[in-house]
Design a protein around this ligand. Structure first.
Ligand SMILES: [Zn+2]
Length: 288
C-alpha cells in the first residue's frame, strides 16, 4: 500500500552511528510527523569494533544499524558499501555521483548531512561525504550531468532544504525540540552497541595513558552503556535548547538550515502555490 508520506527526508550518514549520534531525535520526530525518512549509510564500518574480526564487525554493525533505524522510525536504509575510513582516497566525483543518483531517485524535500563548513571535524569520511553532498546539490539539477540517470527514467532534481549537523557549526540557525524523542534517540544510539563499545574503548585507552581509570567508562564498557550516552544526549540537548531560548527543561538538536539564501525574502514574498503540491513545512527563523 502506498504510504501517506507528505515529504521525504534523506539522511546521509557516513557511518552507521552518525545519524543516531548527531540527529537521532530529529529523525524520530520527522518520522513521527509523517515524513518518509530514508537513511543512506556510505561506508561498511568494517573496522569499527573491539575484539571482533572484520566479517563479524560488518555483520554486527549492519544488524545494529537496522535495529537503530527501526527504533527511530526510519522507513528505509540504503547501503553504498564504501570501505570505512578510506573515503579520503575515493574520487570526490565518484562519491558525488552516488548522491546525485539518490537525490534524483528519492526526490527528498530535505537532506541531512555533515556540514562541509563545520569546524573541528577530524574524520575524513565525514569531510569527504559532506563535500560530495554539497556539490551533489547543484550537480543533480544539471541535465548534462550523468545523463545515464535520465536514461533510467530519472529527472534533474533540486533538494529544497539542506540541514547540516556536525561537531561545531558556525552559522547554526535552527534548533529542533526533541524533548519527546530523547528515549528513542538514546535507545537508537545504544543499539549501535559494537560501535559504542569502540567509542568507549578509545576513551579507556586515553585515560590509561593519562594514568587513571574512569569507573563510568568501565561500567559502560563492561555492563550498560545507556546511562553514559543518555547523560551525553541530555546534556547536549539542554545546552542547545538554552542557546536557542527554548523554555527551561526542553532538549534540542542544532542545525545550519539552508534554503534560498539571499533570495529567501524575495521568494517568500512572491512564491505562488503549485496546485496539488503539499503545503511546505514552516521553518522558524527562515519563514517570514
Ligand atoms: Zn562517523
Amino acid at each position: 500500500m502506498e504510504s501517506p508520506h507528505r515529504h521525504t527526508a534523506l539522511i546521509i550518514s557516513p557511518h552507521a552511528d552518525d545519524a543516531a549520534a548527531f540527529m537521532g531525535g530529529t529523525a524520530a520526530r520527522f518520522a513521527a510527523e509523517g515524513w518518509k525518512v530514508v537513511l543512506v549509510r556510505v561506508t561498511d564500518d568494517r573496522k569499527d569494533s573491539v575484539g571482533l574480526t572484520v566479517e563479524e564487525t560488518i555483520a554486527a554493525n549492519t544488524r545494529e544499524l537496522h535495529k537503530a533505524a527501526a527504533l527511530l522510525g526510519i522507513a528505509e536504509v540504503v547501503e553504498l558499501g564504501f570501505e570505512t575510513d578510506q573515503l579520503a582516497d575515493v574520487r570526490e566525483t565518484a562519491l558525488r555521483e552516488r548522491f546525485v543518483y539518490l537525490f534524483r531517485k528519492y526526490r527528498p524535500y530535505a537532506v541531512f548531512s555533515f556540514d562541509p563548513f563545520g569546524l573541528y571535524e577530524g574524520n575524513m569520511d565525514h569531510i569527504a561525504t559532506a563535500q560530495a553532498v554539497e556539490e551533489a546539490f547543484w550537480v543533480a539539477c544539471f541535465d548534462l550531468h550523468h545523463p545515464e540517470h535520465l536514461a533510467e527514467g530519472l529527472a534533474p532534481f533540486s533538494v529544497c532544504e539542506r540541514w547540516y549537523f556536525g561537531r561545531h557549526l558556525p552559522g547554526a540557525n535552527h534548533a529542533v525540540d526533541v524533548t519527546d524523542y530523547l528515549d528513542q534517540s538514546a535507545a537508537a544510539l545504544c543499539a549501535h552497541r559494537t560501535m559504542m563499545r569502540n567509542v568507549i574503548q578509545q576513551y579507556r585507552l586515553q585515560a590509561q595513558t593519562w594514568g587513571k581509570t574512569i569507573p563510568l567508562l568501565e561500567h559502560a564498557f563492561h555492563d550498560d552503556p545507556e546511562p553514559l550516552f543518555r547523560e551525553y544526549l541530555h546534556g547536549r540537548g539542554e545546552a542547545v535548547a538554552h542557546q536557542f531560548g527554548l523554555p527551561e527543561g526542553r532538549l534540542a538538536e542544532v542545525f545550519r538550515l539552508v534554503r534560498f539564501g539571499d533570495l529567501e525574502p524575495l521568494f517568500q514574498a512572491t512564491g505562488e502555490p503549485i496546485p496539488g503540491a503539499p503545503e511546505p513545512p514552516r521553518r522558524e527563523g527562515i519563514d517570514a
